[in-house]
Design a protein around this ligand. Sequence first.
Ligand code: G6P
Length: 367
Amino acid sequence: SRTDKAGHKHYMAKEIAEQPVVVAEAIRSCLPAASDRICLPGEDLDFSKLDRLTMVACGTAFYACLTAKYWFERLAKMPVEVDIASEFRYREPPIPERSLALFVSQSGETADTLAALRYCEGKADKIVSVVNVPESSIARESDLALPIHAGVEIGVASTKAFTCQLAVLLMLALKAAADRGTLTDEELADHAAALRGLPSALNTALEQDNSIRVAAQRLSEARDVLFLGRGLMYPLAMEGALKLKEISYIHAEGYASGELKHGPIALIDKNMPVVVMAPRDVLFDKTVSNMQEVMARKGKVILVSDDEGIAEAQDGVWATIRMPYVHPSLTPILYAVPAQLLAYHTAVAKGTDVDQPRNLAKSVTVE
Ligand code: G6P
C-alpha cells in the first residue's frame, strides 16, 4: 500500500529509496515524452511577461527555493528573492510590478507560508505554488498549483518531497528560460535529456548506501558537523545540515565554502567532521583549497563528489562518497540523496526516532 514501509525499517528509508520513481513521475508531469519543451499542467504561465520572482517557504521547502534561485538567475536571467515565510509575512516587503510570487510547501498547509501567500494576493501578478497535496489550502488559493507527485510522505524529515520540489522548480526555470529566450534550443534539449537520465543517476546514488553508512558511523560520534558547498551545493549544504540535526540531534551547520574563513574555520579541530558536497565543476578548485584549510587544522573531511573530483582531491580525506556524473544543473537533486542517507544512517547509529524526531511536526499549521 502507499503507506506501509515496504520492507524498510523506517518510512524515511522507504521514502529515500522511492526517489528514482517519484522524481521520474514529477519529470513526466512537465516534460512530455518525445519533446524537449517544458509543458506545465494547467494554466500556462508566460515568463516573458514577468520580470522577477519572489519565492517563500519554510524548512526544507525553503532550501528548495534557495536552490531554485540559482536556476532562475542562471538559466532564465530573472532576479529572484527568497525568504522564509515567518519573516516575509511581517516584513511587508514591496512587491514590484510584473512579479511572480511562488510558494513551495509539501503539505500545502504551513501557516506562515499560507499567510505569506495571502499577503501577496492583489500585489503579485501571479501566485503559483509547488505542492505535494493538490487539495491543500495553499494550492486552492494559488492561481496555479503545480503538483510534485512525491506521493504520501510520512517521515517528518522531508526527503522525496524535496527532490520532487527541485525537479519541478528546475523545469519551471527551464520554462522561464524558453519563454524569455535565454537558453538555446540545444541547451534546452541538453537539459531535457539530462532530466530523463536523472532517475537512473538517482539509483546509482542509492547504491552508495554502504559507503554512506560507514561514513555515518563516524559522524554519529561527532558533537558538531559542518556542511560546505558552493553555488548550487550551498543550499544543499544547509539542507544536509538540517536533515542531520532534525533526526540525529547532532548540531550541524551548512555554510558556503567561501565563507569558511569568516567564522566557522575557528571551530575546526580533530573532532569536527566537515562534509563537503562538491561535484567536479568550475568551482571545484576553490573547494579543494577550502578542504585543505580544513585538513591543515586536522578537521575530518567527508567528500561527496564524482570520479574526477575524488581523484583530484588530495590525500588525507577522511571518507569519500562517490556520485555519478550528471549535467551541472542537476547536481543538487542527485547530491540530496547522500545528504539524506548520511543523516539517516547517523540517526540509526545513534538509535534516535528517525520517523518521529522529538519536538518536530510534519506539518506546522499554527504559528
Ligand atoms: C516542518 C517539517 C519540514 C518541512 C517544513 C515545511 O518543519 O518538519 O519537513 O520542510 O515544515 O513544511 P511544508 O509542508 O510547508 O513543506
